[in-house]
Design a protein around this ligand. Structure first.
Ligand code: FE2
Length: 164
C-alpha cells in the first residue's frame, strides 16, 4: 500500500544524498520515493561496516531514479508484467520515441522506461558524479550484467527491494 513521504523520510534522504542526487530523487513519483526510503532502511540493516552501509543506503535511495520523469499507469504495470513473460524480445527492441505523444506512444515509452530503468538510472547517477560502486549497484539491481559490482551489497539491495 502507498504511504506518503513524511518529514523524517526527507530528513533521511537529506542525510545520505547530496543536492544533485536529491534532485534526481525528487523526479521520482512520491510512491517510488517512499519505496526507495523503505528499501534503503531495510537494506542498511543487513550490513555492519559503516562504509558499506553508506554506499548501500545511497544506492537504495537512488536505485529507481531511472523511472523519474515517467508516471506509470496501473495499465502499464499490468502490461509490463505480462510482456516480460510473453514478449521479452519486443520489450528489448523498444526505443525512446521522441515524436508526437499519442496514448499508444506514451504506453510504449512507459514500457521502455520500466524495462530499462536500471541502466537509465546508472547512466543518470554516473552523469552527476555518484560513486562508481553506487552506479554499479543501481545498474545491476534487476539482474543486468554489471562488471565489478559488489555481489554481497547487490544481494542486500535486491532482497530489500523484493521485501518492500
Ligand atoms: Fe527497480
Amino acid at each position: 500500500m502507498f504511504t506518503k513521504m513524511k518529514a523524517e523520510d526527507y530528513a533521511f534522504v537529506h542525510r545520505f544524498l547530496n543536492e544533485k542526487e536529491q534532485a534526481l530523487f525528487r523526479k521520482m513519483t512520491e510512491a517510488d520515493q517512499r519505496h526507495c526510503v523503505a528499501v534503503a532502511e531495510d537494506a542498511a540493516e543487513q550490513v555492519l561496516l559503516p562504509d558499506q552501509q553508506w554506499l548501500l543506503t545511497k544506492a537504495a535511495l537512488l536505485h529507481d531514479i531511472g523511472k523519474g520523469d515517467c508516471s506509470l499507469l496501473l495499465l502499464d504495470r499490468i502490461l509490463y508484467t505480462i510482456m516480460v513473460r510473453v514478449a521479452p524480445d519486443y520489450l528489448a527492441s523498444l526505443r525512446l520515441s521522441l515524436g508526437k505523444k499519442s496514448f499508444f506512444t506514451c504506453r510504449r515509452q512507459a514500457l521502455y522506461i520500466q524495462h530499462n530503468h536500471a541502466k537509465r538510472g546508472a547512466h543518470l547517477a554516473r552523469s552527476i558524479g555518484c560513486p562508481e560502486d553506487v552506479v554499479r549497484l543501481i545498474g545491476a539491481h534487476h539482474g543486468d550484467r554489471e562488471d565489478h559490482v559488489n555481489m554481497r551489497l547487490l544481494k542486500c539491495l535486491q532482497d530489500a527491494d523484493r521485501r518492500n
